[in-house]
Every structure is written in structure tokens, then in C-alpha cells.
Design a protein around this ligand. Structure first.
Ligand code: GDP
Ligand code: MG
Length: 450
């Protein structure tokens, strides 16, 4: 950690501005050697205030930059840091970087600034992973969830549980040494353990929403040929992705595309129209469609409102009449001949739309928003990282095992094995108990310059 590091923190592309970040003990002394005010005045360190400087090497100017200094520990990394807001040309940025390296900076590895922040106690691992998620966010829910976890409410909750477990464990171990001081360990410790198990269960429950936020919602659009599935797909995407045609059986391959519905990233698939057919290629398409519908979390079953239900529709109604699915009656712009009542007998949720002119499509967005409401969870912050989820689940199971053991009269040293395990899993989430390799793996996912 002793070396002073530098990196271009903005994207590697030509832009109006580009930011170079420097962190470490030598930051200000290195800058002293290369920065001068236009009037010749030397570089001075003022915390948190930007000032304009000329960057020069032995009197030859390279660029002008707004320089902001942060005195450690009041900085992102906890060390002395500076941000040079240069002109955004790649050549300019590269030449400033080279100059910094010649003056003793080392080019930073991916995530090295954040790793230093972690090692200096400015960032715990829950928050660190949230930083990556914020940068990679593709939906509002991801953005919100990442931000609230960066603020650390969830970390504090998990930390509290971790500390309670460690304390309980210490007490139990004391009991092993001085059994005469406590008559009935089960009575003494069971309520606390059960309470911790309950809190962990609630956190595990929240991770279901976390996965939804992270992975998004898979939706298969199914229906008989020509009901307007591809038109709906294009309408939801906002551009012509699927071929729309009056000829039934146009869509044979499956078309997958991501879009945003409600607060979520959704993965839409437009499928081949389901009907009985002798065409072997169409049959293959239909078989793929069925598999897709099975795998998807939600099915949009689409019907043509301008004609009566036919045998293909009825088949489909029965196949996908599940409470989590949505029936969509399309072509509401035409005179309606469909037996809506029949559909409403089988589907809890129905919307009427015109995929062609977009009328009613907002209802679909609204439906996703209410059915898959993640706003509260995102505002509170839930874990989404698969490794953290696994740790949380393991911690919960271990605490439950400890509670069960205690209730059955296991000796405290046996119960303590489970508690130690639970604590180590929780510690793995926030970073109290992690190995160097784990740290390296986490921060290597960051961009250079973050
Ligand atoms: N009037 C009307 N026609 C529609 C609507 N949606 C789709 N269509 C037409 O129905 C035909 C079949 O549409 P398409 O999206 O290819 O259906 P798919 O086979 O289910 O994918 C095309 O001629 C579309 O223009 C709608 O809301 N109103
Ligand atoms: Mg189609």
C-alpha cells in the first residue's frame, strides 16, 4: 500500500474532459513538481477545493487541469488523493499519466482505489460490491439498491448480527470452562439464537428480491399465430426487432431482447405462434417456444380480440393459466369478438391493448411494477451477489442448527462449532473474515481508476 498510484478514471475514449486520479503518500509532493498556476504561483494543497493549474514537465506545458485535493483520511481511499480534471483527449491523458509514472506513481490495477478504501476501513465489502453494481446498473431498481447499500444500512445490520454471534459464542465457550456459573445454557441462549435466526431468515427472504433486481425478469410472449406477439414485442422494446406480418407462422426462431418494464430489467422472448401444424420447421419453433415459456418466470399469453377464440387459443389458455401470468387481449382498436369472460375464468390478470398503436401498453408496464414491486427492498438495500447470498444462507442454516442443538441439550462446545461457522459466513459478507484471495477477486472486477 505504500506506493502512490494513478489511473485514468474516465472511459478510454475521446471526450470533453478526462479525470486522472492519484492516491498515496507521495500524491502532493509529486504534484508539486508538475503543477503551476498560470501566474507562476506554486501548487498548494487545499482540501476539497478545485483550482486551475498548468501541468508541465521541466517547463514544457502538457495540459491545463482543474485539480481537487483530498487530504487523507478524508478521501475515498483514506489516503492523500487528488483528481486532475484534464482535457479529454486520449493522447493528453496518456502523456500526463506517463509523466506521473516518471515522477514515481505506479499505474493502478483494477479497483485498486476501492481496495485501498476497503483496507483503510472506508468501505466494507457489501458497499464495495454495491459500487460495482451501481456502475453496472441497467435498471432503476439496480441503481437504487446499489446506492442504498453503499450507504451501509445493510452492512450495519449484518455487522450487528455478526457481533452478536461472536459475543454469544464467547459466552458459550466461557461456559465450557466455568459450567457452574450457568445452570441451563439452553434457557440462557436459545431466545437470542432464535432471534438471530429469524433476522437472518428475513434477510434470506429479501435476497429473492435481490436476485430479481440483479438478474431481471424473464418473460415469454406466447400465443396463436397472428395474434400480434411480434408487434407487442416491438412496441415494448420501442423499435422494430421482430418481423411483423399478416402471414401466420412468420416468427419461427425465438427472438430475445432486454427491455425495462416497471423498475426491472426484463428479458423478453418473442416466440413462434402455437398451433397444430405439419410443417417440421414450424413444429421445431413451437417446441422451442414451449420450452421458453416453461423456463420464463412470467408468460404473456396473447389473444386476438378481433376474432372468436379458436382451438389453438383454448389449448394455450389451458397451458398457461397460471396465477403469475398475464393474459393480453390485443387488437383493441378493432371491433371485439373475443369471449373475454372465458379468458377471465382462467386468468387472474388481463389487460386489453392495441400493440399496433400502443394503446394500453402502459398497463403492462404498470402490471410488472405492481406484481414485482422491488422499490421498498431496493430502497432498503438487499444482497444480490451470488457469493454473498450463499454465505447468508449458510449462516442462517448454521444458526438454526446451533439453536436446534442447544434445544436438544447438546453441549455448548458442540453448539459453538455451528456458531463459529455462522459467524465466519457473516464475516465473509461484510469483510471481517475474508482471505486475501477473496479481496483480490472482488476488487479485480472493478474498472481501472475506480
Ligand atoms: N389492427 C391491429 N392489428 C394488429 C395489432 N397487432 C398486430 N396486428 C397485425 O396482426 C398481424 C400479425 O402481427 P404479428 O405481430 O406478426 O403477430 P404474431 O404472429 O403473433 O407475431 C400483422 O398484420 C399486424 O400488423 C393491433 O393491435 N391492431
Ligand atoms: Mg411473430
Amino acid at each position: 500500500m505504500s506506493q502512490t498510484i494513478c489511473a485514468i478514471s474516465t472511459a478510454p475514449a475521446t471526450a470533453a474532459l478526462g479525470i486522472i486520479r492519484i492516491s498515496g503518500r507521495e500524491t502532493f509532493s509529486i504534484l508539486e513538481g508538475i503543477l503551476k498556476k498560470k501566474n507562476g504561483a506554486p501548487f498548494t494543497v487545499v482540501h476539497g477545493k478545485a483550482a486551475l493549474y498548468r501541468i508541465e514537465e521541466d517547463g514544457a506545458p502538457l495540459d491545463e487541469a482543474m485539480v481537487t485535493c483530498f487530504l487523507g483520511p478524508r478521501s475515498y481511499t483514506g489516503e492523500d488523493t487528488a483528481e486532475l480534471c484534464c482535457h479529454g483527449g486520449l493522447f493528453v491523458l496518456q502523456s500526463v499519466m506517463e509523466l506521473l509514472v516518471r515522477r514515481g506513481c505506479a499505474p493502478a490495477g483494477p479497483g485498486e482505489f476501492s481496495k485501498r478504501a476497503y483496507l483503510n476501513g472506508k468501505l466494507d465489502l457489501v458497499s464495495a460490491k454495491a459500487v460495482i453494481e451501481l456502475i453496472e446498473a441497467t435498471s432503476k431498481a439496480q441503481q437504487k439498491n446499489a446506492l442504498s447499500r453503499m450507504e451501509g444500512t445493510l452492512s450495519r445490520k449484518i455487522n450487528r448480527l455478526y457481533e452478536r454471534l461472536v459475543d454469544l459464542n464467547t459466552e458459550l465457550m466461557a461456559y465450557v470452562d466455568f459450567p457452574e456459573e450457568i445452570d441451563e445454557p439452553a434457557e440462557e441462549y436459545l431466545p437470542a439464537l432464535e432471534e438471530i435466526a429469524e433476522e437472518l431468515s428475513a434477510l434470506v427472504e429479501g435476497t429473492k428480491t435481490g436476485r430479481l433486481i440483479r438478474e431481471g425478469l424473464s418473460i415469454a410472449i406466447v400465443g396463436a399465430p397472428n395474434v400480434g406477439k411480434s408487434t407487442l414485442m416491438n412496441q415494448l422494446l420501442g423499435y422494430e426487432r421482430s418481423i411483423v406480418s399478416a402471414i401466420p407462422g412468420t416468427t419461427r426462431d425465438m427472438v430475445r431482447e432486454g427491455c425495462r418494464l416497471g423498475d426491472l430489467t426484463c428479458h423478453l422472448s418473442d416466440t413462434a405462434g402455437m398451433r397444430s401444424t405439419a410443417d417440421p420447421i414450424e413444429q421445431q419453433g413451437i417446441s422451442i417456444a414451449r420450452k421458453e415459456a416453461e423456463a420464463a418466470r412470467v408468460v404473456f399469453a396473447v389473444f386476438d380480440g378481433s376474432r372468436p377464440l379458436n382451438e389453438d387459443d383454448r389449448q394455450l389458455i389451458l397451458s398457461y393459466a397460471d396465477a403469475q401470468n398475464l393474459a393480453i387481449i390485443n387488437k383493441a382498436d378493432l371491433p371485439q369478438l373475443i369471449d373475454e369472460e372465458y379468458i377471465s375464468k382462467h386468468y387472474k390478470h388481463i389487460v386489453k391493448i392495441s400493440a399496433q398503436n400502443g394503446a394500453g401498453c402502459a398497463l403492462i408496464d404498470e402490471w410488472v411494477r405492481t406484481q414485482y414491486s422491488v422499490e421498498d427492498a431496493a430502497a432498503e438495500g438487499v444482497l444480490t451477489d451470488p457469493l454473498q447470498l450463499a454465505d447468508l444462507l449458510a449462516a442462517k442454516n448454521a444458526v438454526q442448527a446451533a439453536a436446534a442443538g442447544l434445544a436438544q441439550g447438546f453441549t455448548p462446545d458442540l453448539v459453538s462449532i455451528d456458531l463459529t461457522e455462522a459467524a465466519s459466513h457473516l464475516g465473509g459478507i461484510t469483510g471481517q473474515e475474508v482471505t486475501d484471495e477473496m479481496i483480490d477477486r472482488i476488487f479485480s472486477r472493478f474498472c481501472v481508476g475506480k
